[in-house]
Each structure stands twice: as C-alpha cells, then as structure tokens.
Design a protein around this ligand. Structure first.
Ligand SMILES: Cc1cc2nc3c(=O)[nH]c(=O)nc-3n(C[C@H](O)[C@H](O)[C@H](O)COP(=O)(O)O)c2cc1C
Length: 269
C-alpha cells in the first residue's frame, strides 16, 4: 500500500492516529492485572534516591538482566524504542568511564555502570523490526503500512532537514484548519524526540534496580565526547546519562530529599 493509498484508506475506514480500527471484527484484549500493591510500588518510588556511594557487593547477572528487561518495557514514541544500554564492564573501559564521569564517587564505587544512549536515526531499523517481529501469525495490514510509510514520512527529515522544512510549512498551513502534529521537523527535534522515550526507560531501569534492593545514581555530569569515543558511538547517538548501580552504602545518600510546595508544579486547566 502506498502512502497516499494508506491515507485514503485511513480516511475511509475511520482509523484514528493511534491505529485503532473501528471496523475490525476481532479485537485484541489484554486485561489489567486484578490487583497491584500500591504501597509496595510507592515504597520503590519513594525509596529511590541518588546514591553516591556503593558497597563492593556485585549485582548478580540475573538481576542486571531483569532490570534491563524492565527498562525496555517503557513506552516509546511509535514503539520505535530509540534506546541503547551500554553496560561497561571491562576494568579498562570502566576506569576510562569513571574518568569521563569526572571521577564522581557514584561512578567510582558503582558495581555496574550503564551508559544510556538515545539513537535519532535507528527508527528505520526498528520500524522494520515492528513488522518482522510481530507476535501473532498475521501482521495487520494497517500496521505494516504505518511502519513502511507513516514512520518514514514522519521521521525522515531529508538532507539538511530539507524535507522537515517542507513538512513544517505544510503543518503550519494545515494546522490553521485542524489539529496536526507540529514535529519532529529537524534533527534537533529528533534529538528531543528520542531523548523523551529514552529518559522513561532510564527511570524504569532505576526503579527496577530499587525493586531488587539495589540503588542507582543518574549522571549527566560527564564528558560526553569521551564517553562517545570510549564506546565508539555512531554520529546519531546521544548520551542521555550514565547510571551507576550497586548496593547502597550506609552513608550512600548524601542529603535528605528536598521537596517543594506541589503548587509550584501542578496546574489544573
Ligand atoms: C538527568 C540527571 C542528571 C543527573 N546528574 C547527576 C550527576 O552527574 N551527579 C550526581 O551526583 N547526581 C546527578 N543527578 C541526581 C540529582 O542530583 C538528583 O536526582 C536530585 O538531586 C534529586 O535527588 P534524588 O534523586 O535522591 O531524589 C542527576 C539526575 C538527573 C535526573
């Protein structure tokens, strides 16, 4: 199905932007679990603190893998999962990463150091995976069409953002008459686009460690250029943060939590 045919089909069948097909006879159903212990969840969220000093206890491999698995259950824009997790383990690389993290104690004492990376140009590869790795015997037609046509149309900005500029002009005019997405229209927008989803995965990762009894410290206080060089990251990779993880030392949390009046942040409209 071409992009134009897909747009026509969308209009004819009354599909929405979220891919819901009103005409489909058979619907996928996934009930929510019956009960979740909110207090236990709250304990995980509330006890997550940035820990700057860890004990020498290692993190078991199964725990590390379980946490990385939970990180990748985070929501991502169009399920394009623009994240990468580089677990830096060899002593030489670890030493270089600690230096790149300005020798912060959280990096120096961490049992594991994970570089969380956002990729702005990985979307075409992941779009293909969305089709090939569909978990049921038949891939819905609108799903294939979206990942073949809709995704490139949305995320390809062309050389020097030329296509992005055209899309922006069209959106500016069309947007006078109806609601329309206002981006991404440039490589700078793509950076914001990717980092949004990756930051959610980073928080999942930190909460997952906490739920296993381990702690973390997110670090953006690092020399991104050195981290990129160490990991030989491609041009489109953005280092979102380095996460140090391990067992909290008795004096691992340096300060009490500082909270502010919620009215500074919550607005009802
Ligand atoms: C994106 C980001 C970058 C951060 N960078 C550092 C860092 O480089 N070093 C550090 O010690 N803490 C760093 N932090 C931790 C914050 O200082 C900490 O989250 C904040 O003070 C609130 O404390 P809490 O995490 O214990 O609730 C960072 C946090 C975030 C979200």
């Amino acid at each position: 199905m071409s992009a134009i045919e897909d747009i026509k089909d969308t209009l004819k069948r009354g599909k929405t932007i979220d891919g819901y097909d009103y005409k489909a006879k058979k619907r996928y159903k996934e009930p929510a679990p019956e009960s979740i212990d909110t207090e236990e969840f709250k304990k995980v969220v509330e006890s997550r603190r940035s820990v700057r000093k860890f004990t020498s206890k290692p993190i078991p491999k199964e725990v590390l893998e379980d946490c990385l698995g939970m990180a990748m259950l985070a929501p991502s824009s169009c399920n394009l999962q623009p994240w990468e997790f580089h677990v830096v383990q060899t002593p030489n690389n670890k030493q270089k990463l600690v230096e790149a993290c300005m020798n912060q104690n959280a990096a120096k004492t961490a049992a594991e150091l994970i570089v969380v990376v956002a990729r702005t140009q990985n979307w075409s590869k992941i779009a293909k995976l969305n089709i090939t790795d569909w978990p049921q015997p038949t891939v819905p037609k609108h799903w294939v069409s979206f990942y073949k046509n809709g995704v490139p149309l949305t995320y390809w900005q062309g050389p020097f953002d030329a296509l992005g500029r055209v899309k922006k002009s069209i959106a500016n005019v069309a947007g006078l008459f109806r609601p329309i997405p206002r981006g991404p229209f440039s490589q700078a927008d793509m950076k914001v686009w990717a980092v949004k989803s990756v930051a959610l995965a980073a928080e999942n990762l930190m909460l997952a460690f906490r739920s296993h009894g381990y702690d973390t410290c997110p670090m953006e206080g690092m020399d991104e250029r050195r981290v990129r060089k160490l990991l030989k990251l491609p041009k489109d990779a953005e280092v979102v943060m380095v996460i140090g993880a391990g067992e909290r030392a008795e004096d691992g949390v340096y300060f009490p939590r500082v909270q502010f009046d919620k009215n500074n942040f919550i607005h009802y409209a």
